[in-house]
Write a protein that binds this ligand. Structure first.
Ligand code: CA
Length: 225
C-alpha cells in the first residue's frame, strides 16, 4: 500500500523533527520544509497528498503558501497556529484550509487530524461527479463535458482523463497512466498512452488541458481558469 506523503512546513527545527518523526512512525512519508519558499518548492516538485503548514513561517507566511497551493487545486491543508491567533484561523479557513491545530500541538491529535482530512479528501475523490475548472466528469453516467459541451470518449480515454483529473497538476508517468487506464490487462508499449492522449486532446478541443512534461509524462491543468 502506498503511504500518503505529507509536506510539513515548520521553522522550529525541534518541532519540525518531532512532527515528521511522529507522522513517519504512523506510516506516513514526510517532506520537511523550513520556510514558506521551501514549502512551495517542495509542493511543486513532489505534489504531496496533504500539507501541514505553520502559520508563522519566515519569508512567505503559511497563509500565503496556503493561498497559492489552493489556487492550484484541492490538496488538503492543515494550518498550525499559535494560541491567541483565532482571527487568523478564520482567515485560514476562508482561503480554503481544511482544518487547523493550535500550538502546542499534540502529536496524537496531529496524526488524527491528518487521517480525518485525508479520509474526507478521499471521499471527495470518490464522488459521482468531478469538476475541474470547466471540465466535468460524471462517473455514474461515464460522460465527460468540457465548457458545457459533451465529449464522447472511449472507455480507455475516460479512465485516463479521470486519473489525470483526480489530481490536477500532478505529473503522471506513462506507466502510472497505463496502470490507471488499462489495469493489469494492457498489452503493448508505454507509448500507447501517447496516442490515447493525442486522441483525448483532439476530442477535448484543447491542447493545454493535458500538458506534456518532457522526460516525465503528463499532467492535467484545470481548463477555463
Ligand atoms: Ca513558526
Amino acid at each position: 500500500m502506498a503511504s500518503e506523503r505529507l509536506l510539513v512546513a515548520e521553522d522550529e527545527p525541534a518541532l519540525r523533527q518531532m512532527m515528521c518523526d511522529y507522522l513517519s512512525s504512523e506510516g506516513f512519508r514526510t517532506l520537511p520544509a523550513a520556510s514558506g519558499e521551501d514549502a512551495l518548492r517542495l509542493f511543486a516538485a513532489e505534489r504531496p497528498d496533504l500539507l501541514v503548514l505553520d502559520w508563522m513561517l519566515p519569508g512567505l507566511s503559511g497563509l500565503e503558501v496556503a493561498r497559492r497551493v489552493r489556487a492550484q487545486g484541492t490538496t488538503p491543508i492543515i494550518m498550525v497556529t499559535a494560541r491567541g491567533e483565532e482571527p487568523d484561523i478564520i482567515v485560514g479557513l476562508e482561503i480554503g484550509a481544511d482544518d487547523y491545530l493550535v500550538k502546542p500541538v499534540s502529536m496524537r491529535q496531529l496524526a488524527a487530524r491528518v487521517r480525518a482530512v485525508l479520509r474526507r479528501a478521499t471521499a471527495t475523490q470518490q464522488a459521482d461527479v468531478l469538476t475541474v475548472g470547466t471540465l466535468r466528469i460524471d462517473f455514474l453516467g461515464q460522460t465527460v463535458s468540457c465548457e458545457g459541451k459533451e465529449v464522447p470518449l472511449t472507455a480507455t480515454e475516460f479512465k485516463l482523463l479521470a486519473a489525470l483529473a483526480r489530481s490536477p497538476g500532478r505529473v503522471f508517468s506513462r506507466l502510472q497512466l497505463m496502470e490507471a487506464a488499462l489495469g493489469d490487462y494492457y498489452e503493448g508499449y508505454e507509448r500507447t498512452i501517447d496516442s490515447h492522449i493525442s486522441h483525448l486532446r483532439r476530442k477535448l478541443e484543447a491542447d493545454n488541458i493535458i500538458q506534456t512534461v518532457h522526460g516525465s509524462g503528463y499532467k492535467l491543468m484545470p481548463p477555463g481558469e
